[in-house]
Design a protein around this ligand. Structure first.
Ligand SMILES: [Zn+2]
Length: 469
């Protein structure tokens, strides 16, 4: 049972529960279970207005890797001194999402047994595959189902509709989450092969991330020990530089589309305005991450350690990517990952976790402003979610239950406690704005006693697949 301390802690539950009840009524009215086909029947039966839905033009999915409810709350408390003052802006719809790969999520066990959520969690590759294809797979697998069969990414559906596509991350460009949205590989750690699939075979229009072979984690040039694995190996990199890399026909005009390579921060910033190349590979001049792996006290408060100034921010990358993608009159699908929140959480680095989340939130806000200025929410879906929780983050003195984070005022980290150095099976938040939000709400037909209505990570893909038909 949920401890008494847990029940009164989440005052915002009434809203989600109301949504859940509405969803439950709609779904039950169609006499359906939550199986995929049933959900679709429920949708058709209970939501005939979908027939009048305008075509989707822009789909932007933000994934804050390794971030549960308390990670977002920690950032809210640091930035605003308030739990619910979202650092990434307000959303009309906020739900929870289950993230397990081959296991399951049992709400009762999750809130009564701390060992339950710390065992058998998904990895980022399986989670990305689920969110991108609607199919669960085993940990370590990218774009293949549990039997090793190829499954179709949202990005591939979008391309069939003629849309432009992009992947942006703060970590290496071929790491678990970005590759989990485009590649098909049995081993997520075979980075050179994955990068080659992304750069040579795929028809993605924009790829941006870290993992530059010639720079260290502080953005300083390396004299030796160049690391080419995240750009497909040394030969691939040199072919990229020379413009001789074999590439795919990304815009389906019968001619292969070479990558325009962008590296310096000023080049990323320049991409945000004016005319752009049609296909852009952005490799920031830094090693593993834009910021999180930089040297200095990794346990310092946010922004105490000077930041890498020679690399773009995640917001600069996202806006640059959009300025490339929005040249396509059919619209675009873009995934933006804050990847290093997970690594800060794995290392229980509270300050760097909050810093990374604020970077992520700034990117979300920048993209919201782009939609406000250049698009219509009636044709745009913005989703902000995570792939799994990391670190079993709670408030202090949590001896197996979920004590809340303790506020210490704006500008100060809240008091918090890490209870794990790994991923957990906890629900993560999912917020959405714009076209198709109603569909996501409809899929959230299960209810957690604390987080309220939740959908599964595969159902995020299933809902977006419907929008792309
Ligand atoms: Zn992850």
């Amino acid at each position: 049972m949920l401890g008494r301390r847990g029940t009164g802690r989440f005052p915002s539950l009434a809203g989600p529960l109301l949504v859940g009840l509405m969803v439950a009524v709609l779904v039950q009215s169609a006499a359906c279970s939550r199986a995929v086909g049933s959900s679709e029947r429920a949708y058709v039966t209970a939501f005939p207005i979908a027939m009048r839905r305008p075509p989707i033009k822009y789909i932007i999915v933000f994934i804050c890797d390794g971030c549960g409810y308390n990670h977002f709350e920690a950032a809210n408390l640091f930035q605003h001194g308030a739990r619910d003052a979202r650092v990434d802006g307000e959303f009309p719809l906020c739900l929870a999402m289950s993230t397990y790969s081959t296991g399951s999520y049992d709400p009762q066990a999750a809130w009564s047994d701390p060992a339950y959520v710390t065992a058998g969690a998904t990895d980022s590759a399986a989670a990305a595959t689920a969110m991108s294809t609607g199919v669960k797979t085993t940990n370590g697998t990218i774009g293949l189902d549990a039997d090793g069969e190829r499954v179709t990414h949202l990005l591939e559906h979008a391309e069939r509709r003629g849309m432009a596509t992009g992947l942006v991350t703060s970590v290496q460009l071929c790491h678990g989450t970005p590759s989990g949205f485009v590649a098909h590989q049995a081993d997520r750690h075979d980075y050179p092969r994955i990068a080659q699939e992304m750069l040579i075979t795929s028809t993605v229009d924009v790829i941006m991330g870290s993992g530059h072979p010639w720079f260290d984690d502080d953005g300083q040039p390396l004299d030796a020990d160049h690391n080419y694995q995240y750009v497909g190996g040394e030969d691939t990199w040199h072919a990229l530089m020379a413009g001789t890399l074999p590439v795919a026909d990304a815009d389906r005009d019968g001619t292969p589309d070479r990558w325009s390579l962008v590296e310096a921060r000023a080049e990323f910033q320049k991409l945000q305005q004016g005319a752009t190349p049609s296909r852009v590979l952005g490799v920031a001049q830094v090693g593993a991450t834009l910021q999180q792996r930089r040297s200095g006290d990794a346990l310092a408060d946010p922004y105490v350690v000077p930041r890498n100034e020679t690399v773009p921010t995640l917001a600069e990358m996202a806006l640059g990517a959009i300025n490339v993608l929005d040249d396509d009159p059919d619209g675009f699908f873009l995934m933006v990952e804050g990847g290093a929140t997970d690594w800060a959480a794995q290392n229980n680095q509270s300050g760097r976790m909050v810093e990374e989340l604020l970077e992520f939130a700034a990117a979300v806000r920048a993209v919201r402003e782009w939609v406000d200025a250049h698009a219509r929410w009636e044709e745009t879906l913005l989703v902000v979610t995570s792939d799994h929780e990391t670190g079993y983050l709670t408030g202090p003195s949590s001896d197996g239950d979920w004590a809340p984070l303790l506020a210490n005022g704006a500008g100060a980290l809240p008091s918090m406690q890490w209870n794990s150095k790994d991923h957990t099976n906890s629900l993560v938040p999912l917020c959405a704005k714009g076209a198709g939000s109603d569909l996501l709400a409809l899929y959230a037909d299960e209810v957690d006693p604390v987080r309220g209505p939740y959908l599964d990570n595969t159902e995020l893909a299933q809902a977006i697949q419907r929008l792309l038909r």
